[in-house]
Design a protein around this ligand. Structure first.
Ligand SMILES: [Zn+2]
Length: 110
């Protein structure tokens, strides 16, 4: 059975018309934020099994960016809103804390 997404602009469309960008949760740091904040924003993502909010583009339709709230395990879609109208309220942030970024920006090893 094909997955269907209810685009707020185009109506119910097949999932194949959309491009998934990923987690809609991260908030862009201030331009003068430290390296750790930018490193976390650019590179660190949770691998959620369950409810999650993601950025999807209706690339085969209106080309608008949307936020799709869905269960990554069951593929059930809970809500679809235009990204411009989305209020960042994490749908399902895991209880565990993210790894602390290395403020010196160094990788392991010598
Ligand atoms: Zn659309």
């Amino acid at each position: 059975m094909a997955s269907l997404i209810n685009c707020p602009h185009c109506g119910v469309r097949p999932r194949e018309e959309f491009t998934i960008r990923g987690d809609a949760g991260p908030v862009r740091p201030a331009p003068d934020a430290d390296f750790g904040a930018w490193d976390a924003y650019v590179h660190l993502r949770d691998n959620v099994r369950g409810p999650m909010a993601e950025h999807w583009q209706h690339s085969g339709g209106c080309r608008r960016w949307l936020v799709v709230e869905r269960d990554t395990f069951t593929h059930e879609v809970f809500a679809v809103v235009d990204a411009a109208d989305y209020t960042r309220v994490p749908v399902a942030k895991p209880a565990r804390a993210r790894k602390a970024a290395n403020p010196a920006g160094r990788r392991g090893g010598a």
